[in-house]
Write a protein that binds this ligand. Structure first.
Ligand code: GTP
Ligand code: MG
Length: 646
């Protein structure tokens, strides 16, 4: 997930002129003459670019370096369709590993997305996701699989086995005695690593928080919703109102946006930094920014709403503790978002729920367009509320906020607009402060999935970004970087763009690593405790819930496999059993195919190895999404990590 924005330390207000004529009323300023919903007209996608050394993504048409196995922008795999032999052979050998060169693994972080080519139109297909609660209802997630979290409040309580059910975790499938393949295809040296059982893990005292000294906690807040609903504008406006974007910067965005005939996107430009995003008027990669509320250091994850960029949305929003779902109140726009075919309001709500997020703020945005009508708000609340309940959100965990990002109504203060005086609830900022932090997994060893890597060639520094899913890290900690298997030292840490000494489970940080090369740290990898390496494999057993699909899943079906920030081409090599959705009991062994809404146990082989844990041991590293042709076709959890196939 390319991380492209950092509003942590940009206060260059000296020398700035006060622009008294600054005009935030862009309502008349829409510029849709060339675009529908902010999407550029269809451009004929070519499979391969004429430029040598690059391949053109068939979905977004970005020219990727030949060595990239997945599109750098929209995440679509280059060669997802791998030939299967007609016996439905289970071997992984059919995969052709498309190895990137070390140079291309340099940085998934602040690499420029500024020269991307125009994208093709969307595919117009909808996705119907089922959510974690439904997984539970369908017997996919039993209540016993929930990660035990009650023992994080004291270092003396040192038995931390709980998450893996009752069976002791032995890590017998870890890569401790094998040679690890690198993405460059070269075998790494054999790692003779002693792995410990998690049951023996005792967190050190500094690893558990001390509420007196720790200050505000971080809240990872995903901003999701249908394309063009105003997510980036809302995010940019909040950052500006809370002083994270200076007046000078804001004026610059406004001026440049107007010059390009995109005046209404000035606030969105704070988040949409690349030339292509600005030209197309859509977010393509997740924007990350920070602000401080009364209660939290908020990490804003501004997701793309366009369906071509769902893989990026998954990678960003998978870190969310809570979410803001932005809907467009305008007539027809809300309806498009909630539409069963192609509506991203629906898709994002379902995805967010399946990430385990249960607290959601619904911002009914663009209320200015509907004259701040209470009737319109009520209709939206009623229709969307019914849908959210069907996704498993509880009424008590949903907050409804009518707002206008454009006219600054109900964002950081109660509305000044008389037509909104009927609303007596909290402002958006107050609503954010009313969210509760999920429990954090302090009692287990460090696991930090890497969402971005930034390499500064001039200074020879390698920095990994991501959210700690469990454990803690501090300056000077020795860490193991997987899947390369290299031990490095955390030279420095940053949280909320400020240097810090310690980061713990739940914190979204950048870790500056020492003693490791840039090509040994990859997005989709995991930073872990040296004695408790994450498992690495290309073969997994999954419990899946098939979504609304029209083509059955059969043995040999080719899929895109998504797990935390990693994605790989995958193939179904075994369909072991069908499960009763209510009891989870096996109803049929070895069925020939899987149909919509069926629950099943399957085995998949991946094109390349991924870092993974069983869901019962670490939810964030054991939750998978299977996609095909731009649609999510199944949700699942990892039930067994099978020894890696060579
Ligand atoms: P994607 O990231 O591409 O999904 O879009 P988005 O949800 O981030 O929408 P964005 O912020 O780019 O805004 C899309 C358009 O809606 C822009 O022209 C904004 O000016 C406009 N817009 C956003 N909020 C409001 C609002 O409160 N009122 C009105 N009238 N327009 C708004
Ligand atoms: Mg956006």
């Amino acid at each position: 997930m390319p991380r492209k924005v950092d509003y942590g330390f940009r206060y260059e207000d000296d020398n700035y002129d006060v622009y008294e004529d600054y005009d935030y009323d862009y309502a008349d300023d829409y510029d849709y003459e060339e675009e529908e919903n902010g999407i550029a007209p269809v451009t004929k996608a070519k499979q391969e670019a004429s430029r040598t050394g690059v391949w053109r993504c068939p979905i977004c048409t970005y020219d990727n370096e030949n060595s990239m196995s997945a599109c750098d922008i929209c995440g679509v795999l280059r060669n997802p369709l791998v030939k299967v032999n007609n016996k439905g052979d289970t071997a992984a050998a059919a995969f052709k590993f498309d190895a990137p060169s070390p140079d291309d693994l340099v940085s998934n972080g602040l690499r420029s997305v500024k020269s991307k080519s125009k994208g093709e139109d969307s595919r117009g297909r909808g996705t119907n996701f089922l959510v974690e609660s439904e997984l539970a209802a369908n017997g996919l997630v039993s209540s016993s699989t929930s990660v035990t979290r009650e023992r994080h409040n004291g270092v003396e309580e040192n038995d931390s086995t709980s998450g893996s059910g009752n069976k002791p975790e032995t890590f017998n499938t870890r890569m401790d005695t094998e040679s690890l393949p690198s993405k460059s295809g070269k075998a790494r040296s054999i790692i003779e690593r002693k792995t410990e059982s998690i049951s023996q893990y005792i967190p050190e005292k500094w690893m558990t928080p001390n509420n007196k000294d720790d200050g505000l906690s971080q809240l990872n807040l995903a901003i999701v919703g249908h394309v063009d609903s105003g997510k980036s504008t809302l995010s940019g406006r909040m950052l500006h109102l809370l002083g994270r974007i200076s007046q000078k910067e804001m004026h610059k965005y406004e001026k440049e946006a107007k010059q390009q005939g995109k005046g209404s996107f000035a606030f969105a430009w704070a988040l949409d930094e690349s030339a292509e995003e600005r030209e197309r008027g859509i977010t393509m990669t997740v924007g990350v920014a920070f602000f401080t509320s009364r209660k939290y250091h908020v990490v804003l994850l501004d997701s793309p709403g366009h369906r071509d960029f769902v893989p990026n949305m998954i990678s960003g929003a998978t870190q969310a503790d809570a979410a803001i779902l932005v809907v467009d109140a305008s007539m027809g726009s809300f309806e498009a978002g909630i539409d069963a075919i192609g509506g991203q309001t629906r898709e994002h709500a379902q995805l967010i729920r399946s990430f385990g997020v249960d607290q959601i703020i619904i911002v009914v945005n663009k209320m200015d367009v509907v004259e701040y009508s209470k009737e319109r708000f009520d209709v939206i609340k009623q229709k969307l509320g019914t849908f959210l309940r069907s996704c498993g959100f509880k009424d008590s965990s949903i907050l409804w906020i009518p707002a206008s990002a454009m006219e600054n109504q109900n964002l950081v203060a109660n509305p000044s607009e008389a037509r909104l005086s009927w609303f007596k609830g909290p402002s958006l900022l107050d609503a954010i402060d009313s969210l509760q932090l999920p429990e954090r997994d302090y009692s287990k060893p460090l696991l930090m999935p890497i969402c971005d890597v930034i390499k500064s060639q001039s200074q020879g520094q390698v920095t990994a970004c991501g959210k700690l899913e469990s454990g803690a890290i501090r300056t000077g900690s020795k860490v193991l970087v997987m899947p390369s298997g290299i031990t490095a030292t955390a030279r420095s840490l940053e949280r909320d763009s400020q240097l810090c000494n310690i980061a713990r489970a739940g914190d979204n940080v950048t870790v500056n690593l020492q003693g490791i090369e840039g090509n040994q740290v990859t997005a989709g990898g995991v930073i872990c405790h040296p004695d408790y390496p994450v498992q690495v494999t290309n073969r997994l057993q999954l419990k899946i819930l098939v979504l609304d699909i029209s083509t059955p899943i059969v043995m040999g079906s080719q899929l895109e496999f998504h797990i935390h920030h990693a994605k790989e081409a995958a193939r179904i090599v075994k369909i072991l059993s069908l499960l009763d959705p209510k009891t989870g009991n096996t109803t049929k062994k070895s069925p020939r195919c899987l149909l919509a809404k069926q629950n099943a146990i399957v085995e998949v082989v991946l094109q390349g190895p991924v870092c993974v844990e069983e869901y019962s041991s670490c939810r964030a590293l054991g939750r998978v999404f299977l996609r095909s042709s731009g649609r999510t076709i199944a949700l699942g959890i990892v039930t067994q990590v099978i020894k890696r196939e060579e």
